[in-house]
Structure formats: structure tokens, C-alpha cells
Design a protein around this ligand. Structure first.
Ligand SMILES: *Cc1c(COP(=O)(O)O)cnc(C)c1O
Length: 377
């Protein structure tokens, strides 16, 4: 376990400590699965496990019982297959972005399952099956209102009119994706549900997958056979506006490098964007926009020291953040002291709001320069 007093040599080589609680991810997985009352629960680990490291997060989720994984890209699927090697039975790995001719060898070698998003992708995967001389598994994605990926209405008509278009394949799943699931009252949710059910009725009977994290909280009508949570596993609130039912997974602590006392009219940082109005104590902290502490947090982010909120003043630099720590007792202020860049409790959502973004982007922006420590249950 890494020390957190900021004084050991390895930590001194880094500016900040990112602690990822794998036990909390497992707790979140089990909590979501319990809400499904019988439907299975997959785990979405695209974008390197939402920035937290799919090679660590994937196996932890498998230990918690996950057997179905979704990633966006074939390269992510190949890496995840290695990370999950040795599990029996081998977990299913679905590739959300679909299949392209030329990738048959990769998909077959790693046992990746494409989410087929168009008739063209279906035909290309059929060609691969023909060459392989075997029925190949696939998920079929129906566009129910996202207009992004999945079979559009005309292609659904064509498929429904000619089920032979699935010959040579072993369809495992029909799926769709919600556009507004985090807004429980949005009528779009019901519209998409109706469209998805109507589409299912026109296709061969298959297990169905519909709900992302927030979709799970829309109720059992949205659960079907397999839910696909991502962000809630990592601690982001899937029910914005209501208390966060998920356990916090990440802690981000950065070191104070230097403290100085300034007075009016001294300015802080690039662009002289902050000007002291009176005696002010400034702590300079070792993280910046190069670490994913978004520049939009300039003059509006909040960090925490000894439980006290300390506002970001001036612009976020590439490697540095300046905080107004005037309210913090002097004995807590010294080079090497650790500042929480995420509020204990609900930090991802709070920081996202301050930055004008969503917890997803805070997570997937978390930097590569942090010293990363994984804590197991
Ligand atoms: C990213 C993604 C998910 C997971 O969504 P969360 O909101 O992170 O739970 C599920 N399904 C699809 C198709 C996705 O692209």
C-alpha cells in the first residue's frame, strides 16, 4: 500500500497520487446487479476502463462475477482478452464499434464478438464466418433514436423482411442504447423503449440488452436480459439530482510544492487572471491540465485541504494549480502536504459540474503522470 504522507521518494517523483479502489468498483457492480433481479449484468470497460485501467478493472469485475464485457474498439478487446486470460469459461467480449472486413483474424484469434451496427457489417461478419467454416457469434444493434450506431429503420426493415441475412451467424443478443437515461422524466426513454420492443418483435427471438448505468434506474421495464453499466461502476452518479447510490472509487491527491503570501495588487498565474484584493495565501500544487485537471476549472475549481474547500485562483497551468488557502490553518500548510483534488464523497460529479462537463470526461481525462495505486477489497 502506498504511503499517503507525500514524503517517499517514488511519490516525490510524481506530483499526485491517484488511488483507485477496486473493491469499490466490485461493490458497485454487485449493487447494480442486485437491482436487476435476475437479469444479467455486463461491465462496460471501454476507454481503458473509463480511464482507470482496463487491465486492473477488468479482472476485478470478473472476480465480482462479470462474464460479459463491452469495449469500443478491437484494440481494446485484444488487450482485455489478455488481461482476462485463464478464466473459465472465457468471458464474452463485445466490440461496440462493430466489425470491419480485414479484422477477421483478430476477432477470431481473441474470440471477440462484434456488435453489428449495419447490414454492411452483418455481411462482412458473414463473409468471415464463411471463410472460417463456422457460425460466428454476434450482437445486433438496433438504432432506437440515437442516430449514431446501429441499424437505422430502413435497414431494420430489410433485416426483418429477410432473416436469411443472419445465416451463418450465431446471434447472441439484440441491443439498443438510450439517449437520455439520466433524465428519468424524459419522454424519449419511453419512446425508445417502445421502438426497441417493436423492433425485437420483428426479429428472431433473442436475449435483449438495453440499459446503461442510468437505464438500470429507470425500472425493471428497461432491464431486459443483460444490462450494460459503465460509468456507475466507477462511482459517477447515475441518478443526477438525487443522492449518489454508488461508492466512490477514485481519490486524487496532489502535493503542495510551494506556499506564498501575497497582498493586493499582486496577481497569480498566466494572464494575471487573479489579483489579490488583500492578504492572501496561495498554495501551488503539482497537477495541471496535462494531467486532465481541465483548464476550464481556472478560477472555478475547488480542492480540499484538511476538509476545507480551497478555491482555484487564476488559470490552470500545464503542470500546476494555484489555490487560495487563506482559510486553512497554517500548521496544515507546508510543501509536501496533500490536497484532495476530488471532494471526498462525490468528487467526480462535483468537479465535473465546476468544469462544465460530465463525470465521464473527468474520469477519462485522468492523467498518465499520476502515481497510480490500486487498492483491492
Ligand atoms: C458507453 C456505453 C454504455 C455504458 O454507458 P454508461 O452511461 O457509462 O453506463 C452502454 N452501452 C453503450 C452502447 C455504450 O456506448
Amino acid at each position: 500500500m502506498a504511503p499517503t504522507d507525500g514524503s517517499d521518494a517514488d511519490f516525490l517523483r510524481h506530483g499526485a497520487l491517484l488511488t483507485i479502489d477496486l473493491g469499490a468498483i466490485q461493490e458497485n457492480y454487485r449493487g447494480l446487479r442486485a437491482r436487476l433481479r435476475g437479469a444479467a449484468c455486463a461491465a462496460v470497460v471501454k476507454a481503458d476502463g473509463y480511464g482507470l485501467g482496463a487491465a486492473e478493472v477488468g479482472p476485478a469485475l470478473a472476480r465480482a462475477g462479470a462474464r460479459d464485457f463491452f469495449v469500443a474498439l478491437p484494440c481494446e478487446g485484444l488487450a482485455l482478452r489478455e488481461a482476462l486470460a485463464g478464466l473459465e469459461p472465457a468471458p464474452r467480449i463485445f466490440i461496440l464499434n462493430g466489425f470491419a472486413a480485414g479484422l477477421g483474424t483478430d476477432f477470431l484469434a481473441a474470440g471477440l464478438i462484434p456488435v453489428l451496427n449495419s447490414l454492411g457489417q452483418i455481411a462482412a461478419w458473414q463473409d468471415t464466418a464463411r471463410s472460417a467454416g463456422a457460425a460466428l457469434p454476434a450482437a445486433i444493434h438496433i438504432d432506437s433514436g440515437m442516430s449514431r450506431l446501429g441499424l437505422p429503420p430502413a435497414e431494420l426493415d430489410a433485416l426483418a423482411g429477410d432473416p436469411g441475412r443472419l445465416d451463418g451467424l450465431e446471434p447472441l443478443l439484440v441491443m439498443s442504447h438510450l439517449a437520455c437515461a439520466e433524465e428519468a422524466e424524459n419522454p424519449k426513454n419511453r419512446e425508445q423503449l417502445d421502438l426497441f420492443q417493436a423492433a425485437r418483435a420483428r426479429l428472431p427471438a433473442l436475449p435483449a440488452s438495453f440499459a446503461n448505468s442510468s437505464g438500470i434506474f429507470l425500472g425493471p421495464g428497461f432491464h431486459f436480459d443483460l444490462a450494460r453499466p459503465g460509468v456507475a461502476l466507477y462511482g459517477v452518479n447515475p441518478t443526477p439530482g438525487q443522492p449518489n447510490p454508488m461508492a466512490q472509487v477514485v481519490r486524487l491527491q496532489a502535493r503542495i510544492l510551494q506556499i506564498r503570501e501575497i497582498d493586493a495588487p499582486t496577481t497569480v498565474g498566466y494572464g494575471a487572471a487573479f489579483r489579490a484584493a488583500g492578504p492572501t495565501r496561495i498554495a501551488t500544487v503539482a497537477a495541471g491540465y496535462a494531467d486532465g485537471y481541465l483548464r476550464s476549472l481556472s478560477s472555478c475549481g475547488t480542492a480540499f485541504l484538511a476538509g476545507i474547500a480551497t478555491p482555484v485562483v487564476g488559470r490552470i497551468s500545464m503542470d500546476l494549480i494555484t489555490l487560495d488557502v487563506t482559510q486553512v490553518p497554517a500548521e496544515r500548510l507546508h510543501p509536501g502536504a496533500l490536497v484532495d483534488l476530488l471532494q471526498p464523497g462525490d468528487g467526480l460529479d462535483r468537479l465535473a459540474e465546476e468544469a462544465g462537463t460530465i463525470g465521464y470526461e473527468i474520469l477519462t481525462s485522468l492523467g498518465r503522470r499520476y502515481r497510480r495505486v490500486y487498492r483491492s477489497a
